[in-house]
Design a protein around this ligand. Structure first.
Ligand code: EPU
Length: 337
């Protein structure tokens, strides 16, 4: 563990934004983490996980604490299922692949999501009809003030759409050190109702898929519409899909009778933000190196040298256009610093 000074955070955020960290420490074990938490006040630290859900708009004056705890282990092995633990610094997709190689089912729909395991519960990451909360058993944390360890079971986490207690009541209060999942060893429960999965499986001539085949189909879909952060800087969906009331939906339907939406309950519906942005004409828009992805308008991209402020300004422009056209406020999904 060494303290570095004035380093670029470009390799540590998937947007590829070149800002500096005044000080930077990467911790590889719980002991190192505890040492740092003892040494610094919580307010002096900026906690960094996989850096895949953040937009950095300025140099970080605090000490950046990079959570790089590694390791995957089966903590309980039963006839039908396992409890498997991944430490916070494990890459999410690599962990999903590890599970598939061992034929552990439950995470296949979450293939290729960027980021690390440790931040997955914060966002309750989700894709193609599955969310993290569906398979998480518990996560292990350290309280940043008291340094005591606490296990949060799924029911304690107030999971919602891209939301959890770690974003609200306990924001910045805990560091997640590992996440434990309950995954099936047999009789896997497939979630393949999502329209594009069916289409993709059919195109591959697969009628009764394995979990590995579902994962491959998901990877195929994601690769066809979402930019690879290794090639083009991005943070996945920049905005959340807005949840609107019936009156707002009706107003949109007046001009666009075929607007896609998902019913949440009889009073609220989710409209895809990507669709709304596309209808403002901004899909594929580019100013300098800040742009809106050509295949999925929900994703803002850095074509190379955009600054965090360039992306932030573009996000504000998108919000303004959607507000003016549809009277719908888009909330960012990505954390802006
Ligand atoms: N759409 C458009 N134009 C676009 C993008 C989308 O018209 O530019 C329409 C599509 O045609 C479709 C609908 O919007 O009818 C939904 O599109 P898609 O299936 O691509 O999903 P999404 O609602 O845009 C959400 C998640 C994604 C996740 C996919 C698949 C959010 C904010 N985003 O996107 O998550 O991969 O569903 O489950 O909920 C992420 O969080 O980073 C992310 C990529």
């Amino acid at each position: 563990m060494k303290l570095e000074k004035d380093i670029s955070l470009k390799p540590y955020n998937s947007f590829g934004i070149d800002v500096k960290a005044h000080q930077f420490i990467s911790v590889q074990s719980k002991e190192e983490l505890l040492e740092i938490l003892k040494r610094f006040y919580a307010s002096e630290l900026f906690v960094l996980g996989g850096g895949s859900n953040m937009l950095l708009t300025q140099n970080i004056k605090k000490t950046v604490l990079h959570i790089n705890l590694k390791g995957i282990e089966v903590v309980e092995d039963h006839t039908d299922y396992v409890l498997i633990k991944a430490h916070a610094g494990e890459n999410w997709h690599d962990f999903v692949i590890y599970c598939l190689e061992h034929n552990f089912g439950g995470l296949e729909n979450l293939s290729l999501i960027p980021g690390n395991v440790g931040t997955s519960p914060v966002q309750n990451i989700g894709a193609y009809g599955v969310e993290l909360k569906d398979t998480m058993a518990y996560c292990e944390t350290i309280n940043r003030q008291t340094l005591s360890e606490k296990r949060f079971f799924t029911q304690d986490c107030q999971f919602g759409y891209r939301d959890s207690i770690f974003k609200s009541k306990f924001k910045n209060q805990y560091i997640i050190t590992s996440v434990v999942f309950k995954l099936t060893k047999k009789n896997h429960q497939l979630h393949i109702d999502y329209g594009s999965i069916q289409t993709e499986l059919k195109a591959r001539g697969i009628t009764s898929p394995t979990i590995q085949e579902v994962s491959k189909a998901i990877i195929g879909i994601r690769e066809s519409k979402l930019p690879n952060p290794k090639e083009i800087g991005n943070s996945g969906s920049f905005f959340k899909n807005p949840i609107v009331d019936y009156k707002t939906l009706k107003a949109v339907q007046t001009d666009y009778p075929d607007v896609p939406y998902y019913e949440i309950d009889e009073k609220s519906m989710k409209i895809p933000a990507g669709w709304l942005i596309e209808k403002t004409g901004m899909k594929g828009y580019r100013k300098g190196d800040a742009g809106i992805h050509t295949k999925q308008a929900l994703v803002l991209v850095n074509y190379g040298t955009a600054s965090g402020k360039d992306i932030e300004n573009l996000a504000k422009l998108v919000q303004k256009k959607v507000k003016n056209k549809f009277d719908i406020a888009l909330e960012t999904e990505v954390n802006v610093f």
